[in-house]
Design a protein around this ligand. Structure first.
Ligand code: T4K
Length: 433
């Protein structure tokens, strides 16, 4: 089945093409000789979770050539300005401030919003969300998540608000938006700021509006592994004029003109070549969505009905980028644990990942700073032992999805033998994921 051609731009009026999703064409079986039991690995080369999506190479090359001819590589060049304009237009937000990566965007936004004291944040996220706070001498107060959505639980958030709380950072994990209305209501009630880490959620909607329009500001990551990548990159989007002006100054050392500095700043600029990659990818995101959706649908179809295994779903009434295929393994009902499945997959060269194990609160420096925080995070602790991210993206074809699903089905069908081998090798004492 041919995929849709590159679209000239991301057309918001057109729903993402559904024609490539044909679950009936997917096939998986329960019998495959497993590498962990001595067979040849299913894949010769590693099958990664985060292979970059690449737009039209000829267009990218054209943009890079124009950039080289112009000899303008950084410091607010035309490609960065174009990238910012396009992102802002697509989301329907007034300001986009592009940065060199998502972590720096978070740090700028945290500082720009004057967050200090304590800020409530999930522990079940990539560690950059917490680092962005502590880097600014602000205490991340780890909050538990909703076991269904994997996002901040607003009831738990309210319990953690103290006189020192200046803000909340919600993470739209896996691109599934937080309970925005509840968090906005809390922020308003307690007169604190609300920032969203939308690193996973570019091109996703909530109640029909694109992520990027909520809270005081939202932050995207355009890292190589993200749905839309700029090699490395990030952005802050906001409707707030004064905040946007401050962030632009902070991004570029505080310069307001030649030899004039009016603000404390740093170097957080996106480069022209990164913007070229970002713009080119943006022109292909309908295709990226279509492939991700096909893969997600394939995994869901092929893994359906296996006891104790569940592929996390996306709200069909909204737009999603389907960037993550998240498998939840219930150790009480599944024949193998999440970590046993990881070992089976790794033996086949399938580099599934334990995102976001073990939770920020169990990583340094948080583990030492706040040793008891796990006690208040039962859902985080539970989920971080169960979640597995499977390979997807435009580098993963539907045969790959079938093979991965067949490996999982076969592993469960041969669970006793698989577990015996793992125990014999004591694999579980040295997981590499
Ligand atoms: N907030 C959240 C919620 C985030 O998820 C992230 C980033 C951030 C903030 C911070 O944004 P940035 O500052 O990164 O823009 C990866 C990414 O490095 C990280 O950006 C991302 N989250 C996180 C979820 O995933 P690792 O530690 O898993 O990276 P790594 O090197 O193991 O790569 C993942 C897989 O991708 C590997 O199997 C290899 C493959 N890969 C990677 C790269 C870089 C490729 O095939 N090609 C590549 O070029 O963190």
């Amino acid at each position: 089945m041919a995929l849709p051609l590159e679209t000239p731009d991301f057309d918001l009026s057109t729903p993402p093409p559904l024609t490539v999703v044909e679950p009936a064409t997917f096939r998986a079986s329960d019998s495959r000789d497993l590498a962990i039991l001595g067979a040849e690995p299913a894949f010769r080369e590693p099958l990664h979770v985060g292979r970059p999506n690449i737009g039209n190479r000829a267009k990218l090359q054209e943009r890079i050539d124009a950039m080289l001819d112009a000899r303008w590589f950084s410091n607010g060049g035309p490609l960065v300005r174009e990238f910012e304009e396009r992102i802002a237009k697509h989301i329907g937000v007034k300001h986009c401030i592009a940065t060199c990566n998502g972590t720096t965007a978070l740090m700028l936004a945290i500082r720009g919003l004057d967050l200090s004291g304590e800020v409530i944040v999930p522990s079940f996220t990539f560690v950059a969300t917490a680092h962005g706070l502590l880097w600014q001498q602000t205490k991340p107060v780890f909050c538990d998540i909703d076991p269904e959505t994997h996002n901040l639980d607003p009831v738990a958030v309210e319990r953690l608000i103290t006189p020192w709380t200046t803000g909340i950072i919600g993470v739209h994990l896996w691109g599934r938006p937080c309970d925005v209305a509840a968090l906005e209501a809390l922020a308003k009630k307690h007169r604190i700021k609300l920032l969203f880490d939308a690193s996973h959620a570019f091109a996703c909607t909530h109640r029909g509006e694109f992520v990027g329009r909520f809270g005081d500001a939202e932050v995207f990551s355009f890292h190589a592994t993200k749905f839309l990548n700029a090699f490395e990159g990030g952005a802050i989007v906001t409707q707030n004029d004064a905040l946007a002006e401050k962030l632009r100054l902070m991004r570029n050392f505080g310069f307001t003109g030649v030899d004039r500095v009016e603000h404390l700043g740093m170097n957080a600029k996106m480069t022209e070549i990164c913007a070229a990659m970002g713009i080119t990818g943006l022109e292909s995101i309908s295709r990226f969505v279509a492939v991700n959706r096909r893969n997600h649908c394939g995994y869901r179809t092929l893994l359906a009905g296996l006891p104790g295994l569940q592929v996390a779903t996306y709200d069909e009434a909204e737009r999603s980028n389907f960037q993550y295929v998240i498998l939840e393994v219930d150790p009480a009902r599944c024949a193998l644990t999440r970590d046993e499945l990881i070992h089976v997959l790794q033996a086949e060269q399938v580099l599934a990942r334990r995102y976001f194990h073990p939770g920020c609160h169990r990583m340094e420096p948080y583990r030492t700073l706040y040793p008891a925080s796990g006690l208040a995070l039962p859902q985080t602790e539970r989920l971080s032992e169960r979640i597995l991210a499977l390979p997807t993206g435009t580098a993963v074809c539907h045969e790959d999805v079938e093979t991965v699903a067949t490996i999982i089905r076969s592993a469960l069908a041969n669970a006793v033998a698989v577990r015996e081998v793992i125990v014999r090798r004591s694999c579980l004492t040295r997981p590499s994921a």
